[in-house]
Ligand binder design. Structure first.
Ligand code: ASP
Length: 450
């Protein structure tokens, strides 16, 4: 059995929805279909979720909301008309939206979630109709009724463990299940949503709950690229990577999906396949628990700007018991999470996301380091980018670090920091933001010959 998830661009209009019907019915194993809300039809378009957020804000502000409401209804009306679905479909959707507005309680965060969830919910109802009309019995399933129980952190909810045994029953449904992504209900019965992009989470939860053989995630790319195609032209596609490789790559800027979104599937050891709705014949990218060693030691190279480093020097630091703990305690007290801590005998550095160290906090942290750790020097450097060179077994392959550093040095890139060894499957380099592209080009050439 396969759980199949379609993202916003895959449900953006009637043409895309017709592709979904074809893709799902071409494989009898594709039994559970998770759908997003209609996304952008073109670059200038607005996602239905964003239209719904605007509508909810207008309602909360006490302003006239008819225009905003009709902007949402019209997106579905276009789909209904182009798919030649019964008129009743659009009437139900409009009534549903008005009902949500009327039923607004005192909690704005909860109201916002109820409105956002409508995007996926209405899409799933319309898509179930599209399957039925094409002659394939399909059933819209309401997440609340199916047992998708979430914590009551509105807008950032998490699935409760007790959901899994309930959701397992979905595999007994005879028809094709059309399940809206992105939301569930709290124990109190209120609709709550995952963070944005959360339909991926729904898909991963259902795949784990029914113990699917594969979780297929349909999007609008043929496969995951080994480097960012916005920076490097025509990078090679990744045909297969492990969960760990995916995690390290998405940590530093791989945007295919949020690594946290797939945790339920990862914990249940379910292979994930990323495929293209617009080119379903392409094999896509498999993300698996383990992969056989392949010729390609390095599977991908990712990068992200916006980091800073706090460097601390102190002669004989290696003899001072508790130095590292006290340094990290200062960060903990200030509620700052850190990314890496490369260290030497007389120095230690901590790499943080710059967003976590605004000027006022930086001043406080530096003052505390000076007062409590009595270092010889402390320095904060902003404007760093992290580059991750990722591949299973890289740690054991000879010459990988040399290859990377030689390539970057030949390109005139100054390495601010290297972290190799802590992870078996990646090397981390910090470079100045301004050198990021140059470094990536050099690495692309060295590892992928591009
Ligand atoms: N529609 C939601 C969003 O735009 C969830 C999703 O598409 O996954 O964030």
């Amino acid at each position: 059995m396969k759980v199949v998830k379609f993202g916003g661009t895959s449900v953006a209009n009637a043409e895309q929805i017709s592709k979904i019907v074809k893709i799902v019915t071409a494989d009898a194993d594709r039994r559970i279909v998770v759908v997003s809300a209609p996304g952008k039809r073109n670059k200038a378009d607005t996602k239905v979720t964003d239209l719904l957020i605007a509508l909810a804000n207008t309602v909360i502000a006490g302003k006239d909301f008819e225009t905003d409401l009709m902007a949402v209804v019209n997106r579905y009306a276009e789909i209904q008309r182009d798919l030649k679905l019964p008129e009743a479909v659009i009437k139900t959707i409009e009534a549903d939206l008005r009902g949500r507005i009327k039923g607004r309680g005192k909690n704005d965060a909860q109201f916002m979630d109820a409105m956002k969830a409508a995007g996926e919910d209405c899409a799933a109802r319309a898509i179930a109709e599209a399957f039925t009309k094409a002659g394939f019995p399909a059933k819209y399933v309401n997440p609340g009724e199916a047992g998708m129980l979430l914590s009551d952190d509105f807008g950032n909810a998490q699935v409760l463990d007790e959901s899994y045994p309930k959701l397992a029953a979905l595999k007994n449904i005879k028809e094709i299940v059309i399940f809206p992504g992105f939301f569930g209900v709290t124990k109190a019965g209120d609709v709550a949503t995952f963070p944005r992009g959360g339909s991926d989470i729904t898909g991963a939860i259902l795949a784990a709950a029914v113990k699917a053989d594969v979780y297929e995630n349909f999007t609008d790319v043929d496969s995951v690229c080994s480097m960012d195609p916005r920076i490097i032209e025509n990078p090679p596609a990744i045909d297969c990577m492990t969960y760990r490789e995916m995690r390290e790559l998405s940590y530093a800027g791989f945007g295919v999906f949020h690594d946290e979104a797939i945790i339920p599937a990862v914990q249940a050891n379910i292979p994930i396949c990323i495929k293209n709705t617009n080119n379903p014949a392409a094999p896509g990218t498999m993300v698996v628990p383990k992969r056989a060693p392949s010729e390609r030691t390095v599977v991908g190279i990712s990068s992200a700007p916006g980091f800073c480093a706090v460097y601390i020097d102190k002669y004989m630091m290696n003899r001072e018991i508790g130095f590292g703990r006290r340094l990290l305690q200062i960060l903990e007290d200030e509620k700052i999470s850190f990314e890496h801590t490369p260290s030497g005998i007389d120095n230690m550095s901590v790499i943080l996301a710059s967003a976590n160290l605004p000027a006022a906090r930086e001043e406080k942290v530096v003052a505390r380091i000076k007062a409590e750790l009595k270092p010889d020097a402390v320095l904060v450097e902003h404007g760093l980018a992290l580059i991750m060179v990722v591949g299973e077994g890289m740690h054991y392959a000879v010459g990988m670090a040399a290859k990377a550093t030689q390539a970057m040095s030949a390109a005139g890139v100054n390495l601010e920091m290297i972290n190799q060894g802590a992870s078996e499957i990646s090397m981390m380099f910090a470079v100045k933001d301004a050198d990021r592209e140059k470094a990536l080009r050099a690495l692309g050439k060295a590892f992928f010959g591009i």
